[in-house]
Design a protein around this ligand. Structure first.
Ligand SMILES: CC(C)(COP(=O)(O)OP(=O)(O)OC[C@H]1O[C@@H](n2cnc3c(N)ncnc32)[C@H](O)[C@@H]1OP(=O)(O)O)[C@@H](O)C(=O)NCCC(=O)NCCS
Length: 285
């Protein structure tokens, strides 16, 4: 039988240090969370809050995120964890709840599928050691977006990222165009955003995080694909990450995104992990 402790519960105090890795964000954003335990051992966390916590629904929508922190639990406990997580999310009127797994965590994934979650996206995490130089062609112009240009960047990104096979990216971009200015500015402070032009025409976008060593998004105008532009944008991003002293680059790509996978493979990226992103969504009455 699992027990759920609210983060404010006096009995939860001794558990907090054991789960701190998973509750950093909740603590920082002052969000309520529950620790689910089995035989006094924490096995998972449910955090509730409001969008833009996940950027998958309009701002203000109540949502929940679930984390499983114990591996190799038996299927019965996993079933119970999935249904209790959903129950807590529903009590807080969450409109959706999400959880992520390594794709080989089959029992845990099955328990959440049984609890009415579905797979929203499956991705590879890929990495590349930055032990060589990258020289993008001079045919393209890369211009860093200014803070006031973020809405223009997000609008361009929606157009140029079309067809990435990744519903999560599409949904996030859809929400971003409706973001108030201050939230877009917060997003701006997290990463570097670039417009890519060729012959003074917008042909692509790029954003990356030197801090995380991550290429976050790359997109090419659908009518300009297959002409070598994507490869050059990657070269530029990798050059920037290297200049920021990153020893490796990482990125995420949907497992069905063949063009992007071919591009990353040809640059030497290797798959480090395969992950499934699951969502439960309240059905319209
Ligand atoms: C992925 C993407 C950026 C590639 O840009 P691009 O300008 O078309 O790519 P390039 O012309 O530079 O091609 C580079 C390599 O990508 C691969 N590639 C490109 N288009 C491809 C296609 N239609 N099918 C299979 N592989 C393809 C090839 O390996 C190609 O190398 P090659 O020409 O030596 O065979 C572009 O398809 C895109 O914007 N897709 C939508 C957004 C997206 O998926 N972004 C990545 C999200 S993680």
């Amino acid at each position: 039988m699992l027990k759920a402790y609210s983060h404010t519960d006096a009995d939860a105090k001794s558990l907090l240090p054991q789960v701190s890795k998973y509750t950093e964000m909740a603590t920082l954003m002052k969000l309520p969370f529950w620790i689910l335990t089995e035989d006094s051992k924490p096995i998972g966390i449910v955090t509730t809050g409001k969008e833009p916590m996940q950027m998958l629904a309009p701002i203000g929508t109540p949502v929940a995120t679930v984390n499983l922190i114990q591996k190799n639990l038996n299927p019965k406990i996993l079933d119970e964890f999935a249904s209790q997580s959903l129950k807590l999310a529903l009590e807080k009127e969450a409109q959706h709840a999400t959880i992520e797994f390594a794709s080989d965590e089959k029992d845990a994934i099955n328990s959440f599928l049984k609890a009415d979650f579905r797979v929203l996206a499956e991705t590879f995490t890929m990495t590349l050691p930055l032990d060589r130089d990258f020289d993008p062609s001079e045919d393209l112009q890369f211009t860093q977006a200014e803070k006031k240009e973020m809405l223009r960047w997000v609008t361009a990104a929606r157009k140029f990222l079309a067809g990435s096979a990744d519903v999560v990216i599409e949904r996030i971009l859809e929400q971003l165009t409706d973001f108030p200015k201050n939230l877009l500015e917060m997003y701006y402070s997290l990463e570097k955003f670039y417009f890519v032009d060729k012959d003074e025409r917008g042909v692509g976008i790029l954003n990356f995080s030197p801090k995380a060593g991550r290429i976050s998004n790359i997109g090419v105008d659908p009518s300009k694909r297959g002409q070598g532009i994507g490869r050059q944008i990657m070269m530029f991003g990798l050059k920037k990450l290297k200049a920021a002293d990153c020893s490796q680059a990482k990125l995420r790509v949907h497992v069905d995104n063949k063009p992007a996978l071919n591009l990353y493979n040809s640059l030497g990226f290797k798959v480090a992990e395969r992950r499934k992103f699951l969502i439960w969504e309240k059905r319209a009455a």
